[in-house]
Design a binder for this molecule. Sequence first.
Ligand SMILES: Nc1ncnc2c1ncn2[C@@H]1O[C@H](COP(=O)(O)OP(=O)(O)O)[C@@H](O)[C@H]1O
Ligand SMILES: [Mg+2]
Length: 229
Amino acid sequence: MTGVPYMMECRGVWKIYNEGRPHEVRALVDINIAVRKGSLTVLTGPSGSGKTTLVGIMGTIERPSRGRVYLEGREITGFSDVALSMIRRERTGLVFQNFNLLPGVPAWENVAYPLIPQGVREGERRRRAVELLSALGLAARVDHPPEELSGGEQQRVAIARALVNDPDMIILDEPTSNIDAGTALQVLEILKGLKREGKTLILSTHDSDLFGEADEIYRLKGGVLEGGG
Ligand SMILES: Nc1ncnc2c1ncn2[C@@H]1O[C@H](COP(=O)(O)OP(=O)(O)O)[C@@H](O)[C@H]1O
Ligand SMILES: [Mg+2]
C-alpha cells in the first residue's frame, strides 16, 4: 500500500442534500480529485460552492451520495461508521472552521481528548498535549479554557488537537477565516512545518496568502471542481 502515490482520491463523487425533495441541493457534482502523499492541496471557491462538504467527505465525516472514495488506494466508500471513525482516529487530523473546542475544558484537555479512547493515561496525555501546544507557541495557555483564548489561540489549540494522534493526513476547513492576519501568518508557518515533516495537507480557503504554498489549487464553483493537476 505504501507504493500508492495518492493519500486520498475521490472518483465521481456527488453530494446531494435532501435528495428527491423540493429543497434538494447538489452540493458536489461529479468530483474527481487525487491528493498526492506529502502534498499541500488547496480548495478554493465562493461561499456555498461545496468546500466544507468536500473536505468533510475527504475527512470521512460525510458520506458521498454517489461515487467512490479511496484512502491510500483502498476504497473506503462502503466502510462502516466504526471503521471510518478508526480511520479518523489513526490516520487523519481534522480542523473545523469554528474550531469545535469543548468550552470550560482546559486547552490541554481539548488537545488530549482524542487520546482517551486509545487508553493513554492522563499523565502521558497531558505531556503530549503540552508538548504540542508549546510547539505552537501556547505554553502559557495550556490550562486556559477556549473562552479565555483569542480566535488565533483557539485555532492553534484546534490544530494541536488534530495533530495529537500523529496523523499522516491533515484536513483544515478555512483555517484562517476566523483569525486576524498576523495569526494567519503563524498558521501558514505551522502548515509549512507540517509539510516539511511529510504530512499530506488538504485545506479549503479564500486566503490567497495560502496559495503560494500549494502544490495543487482546485477551484469549486457551484459544486463543480475546476483546475488542479
Ligand atoms: N446539511 C446540509 N443540508 C442541506 N444543504 C446543505 C447542507 N450543508 C451544506 N448544504 C448546502 O450545500 C452547498 C455547499 O455548502 P458548503 O459545502 O458548506 O459550501 P462552502 O463550504 O463552500 O461554503 C450550499 O448550497 C449549502 O447551502
Ligand atoms: Mg464552508
